[in-house]
Ligand binder design. Structure first.
Ligand code: NAD
Length: 289
């Protein structure tokens, strides 16, 4: 297929390269000349204008920083520029309301469109092992699925437009909450005189077990290899966790959902990122506890 790809940063760069590897003709655009040149090295055709990249494309994939940028890129460069009938896939993490509004505008302009945010970081984007949670009509999902499958290990239909974003922020709110809970438990166990490895051996097979403990332990040298073993470098940046928690709080407000733990996690990550730690892995929050 001819696929336009807009937004070739940390995540989009590897995703576009995997579409090329799967045999697609990828038409790339990014505001950053460096990101664009890197996409060219990976076999993408490069364009200096997003609308030109979309002209003649059968599908358009976007991987952009936020909802405001997604809305403006679709309005300025995709709608009316991609051929009528093209399928549009926004893989960025953005607010549910903007995702729904952009998909409604796409449908009114004659396109099938899905929101398809991802779980998995840069390594999964490069390795083609992302999980996609997809919102949109059954027909749009059917058309998007084979394109997403070339970039990931799982593609799950979450329901109507915006439900991919809803799944993503509910999941990441839970992740932020149980990471902080895991950090608290390890810090307190140590203060009570328990060796962290001993606490891990007990809790990892008891009812406190969770992903933050057994797959991503915030204590160096305990559990499988994690960013804690690398001085909290790499992994999932605290600034990105904060972005997702803020989106979750915005969605909770608009839906009238009570999220007291999510609100507390947001406040703690605000303090942590605000103290200059936004670039560290999110598990580094253990240092504040
Ligand atoms: P990034 O900043 O590395 O990449 C974004 C790219 O978009 C940049 O190259 C930038 O130049 C480009 N861009 C910005 N405005 C543009 C415009 N108007 N037109 C064209 N290009 C434009 O960010 P990233 O880490 O790749 O994240 C992208 C999305 O994926 C975000 O929504 C993020 O929340 C989500 N996400 C990131 C991770 C992660 O671990 N990095 C994990 C899951 C989801």
């Amino acid at each position: 297929m001819k696929i336009a790809f807009i937004g070739l940063g940390n995540m989009g760069g590897g995703m576009a390269a995997n579409l090329v590897k799967a045999g697609h003709e990828v038409r790339a655009f990014d505001l950053s000349a460096e990101a664009l040149a890197h996409a060219g090295d990976n076999g993408c055709a490069t364009f200096t204008d997003a609308a030109e990249a979309c002209a003649g494309a059968e599908a358009v994939v976007t991987m952009l920083p936020n909802g405001g940028i997604v809305k403006s890129v679709y309005e300025a460069s995709v709608f009316g520029h991609a051929p009528a009938g093209a399928v549009l896939l926004d893989c960025s993490t953005i607010d549910v309301a903007t995702a729904r509004a952009v998909i409604e505008a796409a449908e009114a302009a004659g396109y099938d469109m899905v929101d398809a945010p991802v779980s998995g970081g840069i390594a999964a984007a490069n390795g083609g092992t992302l999980t996609f949670m997809v919102g949109g009509t059954g027909e749009a999902f059917k058309r998007a699925e084979p394109i997403l499958a070339a970039m990931g290990k799982a593609v799950i239909h979450a329901g109507d437009a915006g439900n991919g974003q809803a799944a993503k922020i509910c999941n990441n709110m839970l992740l932020g909450i149980h990471m902080i809970g895991t950090c608290e438990a390890f810090a307190m166990a140590q203060k009570l005189g328990l060796d962290p490895q001993t606490f891990y051996d007990i809790s990892s097979v008891s009812s406190g077990q969770c992903w933050s403990m057994t797959s991503y332990c915030p204590v160096p040298g305990v559990g499988p290899a994690s960013p804690a073993d690398n001085d909290y470098q790499g992994g999932f940046a605290a600034a990105l966790m904060l972005k997702d928690l803020r989106l979750a709080m915005e969605a909770a407000d608009s839906a009238g959902a009570a999220t007291p733990m999510g609100a507390r996690a947001t406040a703690l990550y605000e303090d942590f990122a605000g103290a200059g730690n936004g670039g560290k892995d999110f598990s580094a929050i253990i240092k504040t506890l």
